[in-house]
Design a protein around this ligand. Structure first.
Ligand code: TPP
Ligand code: SF4
Ligand code: MG
Length: 292
């Protein structure tokens, strides 16, 4: 009988239980590859917890805890302060949480941690809905996108987590994308080397909830960057920079046409989404000049 031995590499073992085409494990693998073993994870309920958390499908080898959707940043703050009192300032306390657990349910806890400038790294993987419980809309769901709670398309724009982080004046905030892993790794490395509250907000398209073929995840994420629907930004010591300018700003048509969640969106709704994308970029670009 032939037997196969799979050698686990890095901090995430092979054979995890996310859907085909999901990139959450790639986010974990790359983040933990940069952060190293001297890391403690806090992962609230959500698709990430389904493979990283406690139980028979746990596959992450660094120490960690699964808390609640409301309090990831508070749990991380407690761990960070415990280590501080032991004289340990080298271990990275890292939250990896979904958008629902960040921009909605856990926002008060994150806001408090940012206000106190806790020594934590908070990574939000954004699949733009509550995916693990059946694709309910979140504050990150974009205008016109259909979810099970916004079946006719979301009537309002998404909440801007990056600007909320900037408003707390934390030492480091960045956005990233699974379509640009070197950029993500560079930002994780930078965040690792800074002390205080650091937030990285990474877009993580979801084939199941967005309605596209699983092989297209990177393509979808790339279209988001090209059109400006997702911006790559960096805020460091009060200075804002745009990591990569969109190549086709506002041209969201090819991006939305790849996804079933926008299938019922009217031309007016897509035009409104495009206008929002352009306005946000223009605003950010002006801020880069003010904050230069
Ligand atoms: C306070 C609270 N409300 C609801 C739930 C049920 N719940 C578990 S996971 C989840 C989805 C979380 O969404 P998100 O943070 O975006 O992560 P994703 O599932 O998209 O990866 C919900 C609503 C919960 N655990 N706690
Ligand atoms: S539902 Fe979406 S985010 Fe969750 S595991 Fe599947 S593809 Fe990934
Ligand atoms: Mg989500």
């Amino acid at each position: 009988m032939l037997t196969y031995k799979v050698e686990p590499k890095g901090a995430v073992s092979p054979g995890i239980s996310t859907c085909q085409g999901c990139m959450i494990d790639v986010i974990f693998r790359n983040a933990l590859d940069v952060l190293g073993e001297d890391t403690v994870l806090v992962v609230p309920p959500g698709c990430a917890a389904q493979f990283s958390g406690c139980g028979p499908e746990a596959s992450v080898t660094v120490a960690g805890i699964q808390g609640n959707l409301e309090n990831s940043a508070a749990i991380a703050s407690g761990i960070a302060n415990g280590y501080k009192h032991q004289g340990n300032d080298h271990t990275t306390i890292c939250v990896i949480a979904g958008d629902g657990g960040t921009v909605d349910i856990g926002l008060q806890s994150l806001s408090g941690a940012m206000e106190r400038n806790e020594n934590i790294l908070y990574i939000c993987y954004d699949n733009e809905a509550y995916m693990n419980t059946g694709v309910q809309g979140s504050s990150s769901t974009p205008l016109a996108a259909s979810t099970t709670t916004t079946p006719a398309g979301k009537p309002v724009n998404s909440k801007d987590l990056f600007r909320i982080c900037m408003a707390h004046n934390i030492p480091y905030a960045a956005t990233a994308s699974i379509a640009n892993i070197p950029d993500f790794r560079r930002k994780v490395q930078k965040a690792k080397d800074i002390r205080g509250c650091r937030v990285i907000h990474i877009m993580s398209p979801c084939p199941t909830g967005w309605g596209y073929k699983s092989a297209k995840t990177v393509e979808v994420a790339r279209e988001a960057i090209n059109s400006g629907a997702w911006l790559l930004l960096e805020y460091e010591n009060g200075r804002l920079t745009i990591s990569k300018k969109p190549t086709a700003l506002g041209q969201v048509e090819s991006y939305v046409r790849m996804q079933k969640r926008f299938k019922g969106a009217s031309d007016e709704a897509i035009a409104a989404l495009s206008a929002h994308v352009c306005e946000r970029y223009t605003y950010m670009e002006k801020l880069t000049q003010i904050m230069a």
